[in-house]
Design a protein around this ligand. Structure first.
Ligand SMILES: Cc1ncc(COP(=O)(O)O)c(C=O)c1O
Length: 393
């Protein structure tokens, strides 16, 4: 059939360009040591930065939440699905991570993708100009497109270029949007300069801290807390599928912003609320993150990051200057990156090959994602494999 043939041609084209993606099946929880596709493997693929995804306290909280509230929320937040667990979590989040603004309020979402679509479509629209970092996450790019705002892409982390673009703009509403920690590079956005620009130009500054929440700043309060920033212009997005070890996301901002999203953001209004048990587990995770256990895990993670940076700097490929748990090694072509990932896989190390469109063409990379659940021996194995692979064959 013609329609199927068109798709087959498209799939063959992806394959020819080394862009076919493949799912792998895990039979064990997300952790440093997993069984994947039936084999034991050391995982460097997930974003469970604090190693909490399989923590007994979270597992128990999820079970307790299910016993208390059932398996599903049963409706959207505005039509019956908003539970006590969601309400408690929102208050905890505003208290924990809302220190960057007066009268903080949090709104929870079932995924970070949804929170980003919601925030950008509610804050920006026709007549608005949205200024977006060139390396922003796909969910922010899609939110920007869906908003129908005029979108201007500024060169990655280039605040001078952004300043000139803001200066030249006559838009009545301006929104700057950035990842806090760039998901495929691991570097941190120049947040202090961005706040200054947002205030000078009367713009919103939307900061997506999917990869910083739980790991950066005092008690893991995130990238804004790490930089000690405070501004009424800030809108903060955090996700729970990474360091928090569960699922979902939240927007934290001045209570008026949160109320605007609740009233206007279609990706908030027209979808079923996530299961209350998930919110209950996120609450349990927040108390671990803020406490002694979180501190110990962050310290261990920091040591692994420092060691891995040293290892990557000695390979013949190009590391990225990343202070976070995301440690990329830029290889270049899709084929070379896939070949290296396959060799690591043969040694029992799962390091994903990241290719376009996730990263710019010609910068395909291995994305080594570190977790507090990794041991020093896991990093020894990675180092030994990279050294062997870097030797002339
Ligand atoms: C920077 C960034 N924002 C948002 C998301 C989406 O979050 P979620 O997985 O909860 O949809 C991700 C990754 O998944 C991300 O890396």
């Amino acid at each position: 059939m013609f329609l199927l043939d068109t798709l087959r041609e498209g799939l063959a084209d992806l394959d020819a360009r080394g862009l076919t993606r493949r799912r792998r099946i895990a039979d064990t929880p997300c952790a440093a040591h997993m069984t994947v596709d039936g084999r034991p493997i050391v995982g460097f693929a997930g974003n469970d930065y604090l190693g909490l995804a399989a923590h007994p306290r979270l597992v128990e909280a999820m079970a307790e939440g299910a016993r208390r509230y059932g398996a599903g929320s049963g409706g959207s937040h505005l039509l019956g699905g908003h539970s006590r667990a969601h309400a408690v979590l929102e208050d905890e989040l505003a208290e924990f991570a809302g220190g960057f603004v007066d009268a903080p309020r949090a709104l929870t979402f079932s995924t970070g993708y949804m929170s980003n679509l919601a925030t950008l479509t509610a804050l920006a629209g026709r007549g608005t100009t949205l200024f977006s970092d060139a390396l922003n996450h796909a969910s922010l790019i899609d939110g920007a497109r869906l908003s129908r705002a005029d979108v201007q892409i500024y060169p990655h982390a280039d605040t001078q270029a952004l300043a000139a673009m803001l200066e030249a703009s006559e838009a009545s509403v301006k929104v700057i949007v950035t990842d806090a920690v760039f998901s495929m590079d691991g570097n941190i956005a120049p947040l202090a300069s961005l706040v200054e620009l947002a205030e000078r130009h009367g713009a919103w500054l939307v900061v997506d801290d999917a990869h910083g929440f739980g790991v950066l700043g005092p008690q893991g309060r995130g990238a804004l807390a790490q930089a000690a920033l405070r501004s009424a212009h800030l809108v903060y997005l955090c996700t729970f599928g990474k360091a928090v070890g569960a699922a979902g996301a939240a927007v934290i901002a001045h209570e008026t912003v949160a109320e605007w999203l609740l009233q206007r953001a279609r990706p908030y209004i027209f979808t079923t609320a996530s299961p209350p048990a998930v919110a209950h587990a996120v609450s349990a995770s927040l108390s671990l993150i803020a406490g002694e256990e979180g501190e110990t895990r962050r310290r261990h993670l920091d040591a692994l990051i420092a060691r891995t940076r040293g290892i990557l700097a000695r390979t013949r490929w190009q590391p990225v200057d990343s202070p976070t748990a995301v440690q990329p090694l830029i290889i270049g072509t899709n084929e070379d990156t896939l070949a290296l990932a396959a060799r690591l896989d043969a040694e029992g190390l799962w390091v994903p090959a990241i290719r376009p469109p996730t990263v710019p063409v010609g910068t395909a990379r291995l994305r080594i994602s570190l977790s507090a659940s990794h041991s020093a021996e896991d990093i020894d194995r990675l180092e030994a494999a990279l050294v062997r692979m870097g030797e002339p064959t």
